[in-house]
Each structure stands twice: as C-alpha cells, then as structure tokens.
Design a protein around this ligand. Structure first.
Ligand SMILES: [Fe+2]
Length: 189
C-alpha cells in the first residue's frame, strides 16, 4: 500500500513543479485521492496513524521543499478540532475512516488585506464520510475549522497541500485579527 502513496506523491510533485494553477492541481489530484480514500486506513502503517489525546495528530508522510507538496495523515479523536485557520495554498482531503466535519467562515466586506479588521461569520458545513474527497484553493482564503464532535468516532484523513504545510493563519474571532502560527507534526515511522 505504501507504493500507491509514493506514486501519488510523485504525481502531485510533478503537477506542482509544472507550475499548474491551483484549480488545475485540485482537479487533477482529486480523483487520485479518491482512489486512496477508498482503500481506507489499511493504506497507512501504524506509525502514520499516531494519535494524541491532547490535540488532533498530524503525521507527516511527505515533506517536500517550501514550495513543494506535503502529505499528512491526520488522526482526530472525538472532540478534537483545529482553530479557525486558512492554508495559503491549494489542498485535497480524503477520508479513510470516520466522518470529518468542516465548518467554513465567510469574511464580510472586501477581501482581507491586513491582519486586523477581519469580520468573520459562520458559513456552510460539510460532513465527509469514508471515501469522500474535498478540495480548496486560496484567494479568497479558505477559512474554516475542521474536526470531530464528541459524540462521533475517531477519524483518519489524508491531506495533500500545495506547499510545505508547517504554518498557517490563526484567526481570532473576538479580536477580529489573524496571525501566522507554526503547526507541529509527528515524523512518520
Ligand atoms: Fe484546514
């Protein structure tokens, strides 16, 4: 199963290096992610599915150059959520196990040009079942929280990003601001 992941990463890398636009990248990667998502969590080794009782766990499968693609397996225990964030790049998500919830936020007014005076309001919600694939592109920012309510079971999901995803904008609803924060990960074994 690891060979299918390696082939997937190599294909995504080629797309990224070719300088394709974000829309073309997600259109090309989504059906490839669908094949992986249908394989379920048997696709991954135990070392790629570590969980953390303190927060959702990001298991790095591939970390490329700063402008290259990166792939993570995320393990979400019931009740674990991201903060409100964006990604600053395109991405493709595939669900291996469980139902992942994504809640969007919409910026009111003109596009965001500064790190303050940001007015967000809740937008739509998607529930992603095993085998589902979702995609996003930047500009406008894809602002959202992702996670699993306490009354649902653990989720395992695959996340392919168009850059090295080691930081993102954290949005502070109360202060109408955002700031760039580092996001940690486990090295896969
Ligand atoms: Fe996200």
């Amino acid at each position: 199963m690891q060979s299918s992941l390696e082939t997937f990463i190599a294909t995504c890398d080629e797309l990224s290096q070719a300088g394709s636009d974000a829309g073309s990248c997600v259109a090309a990667v989504a059906p490839l992610m669908l094949d992986l998502a249908r394989s379920g969590s048997e696709l991954l080794t135990d070392g790629q599915m570590r969980e953390d009782p303190k927060m959702y766990a990001r298991n790095a499968i591939h970390l490329g150059a700063a402008d290259g693609v990166s792939l993570f397996a995320l393990v979400w225990l019931p009740g674990q959520w991201t903060p409100i964030h964006d990604h600053g790049t395109w991405g493709v998500v595939g669900i291996l196990d469980g139902v992942l919830e994504e809640r969007s936020y919409v910026h009111i007014g003109n596009s965001i040009t500064d790190d303050d005076k940001i007015e967000l309001q809740p937008g739509g919600i998607v529930l992603l079942s095993p085998g589902s694939v979702s995609t996003f592109v930047p500009n406008p920012d894809h602002i959202h929280i992702t996670g699993v309510p306490k009354d649902r079971k653990k989720v395992v999901s695959l996340h392919l990003y168009g850059r090295l995803m080691n930081n993102y904008h954290y949005y502070d609803l109360k202060n109408h601001s955002r700031r760039l924060i580092e996001v940690s990960h486990f090295e896969s074994s």
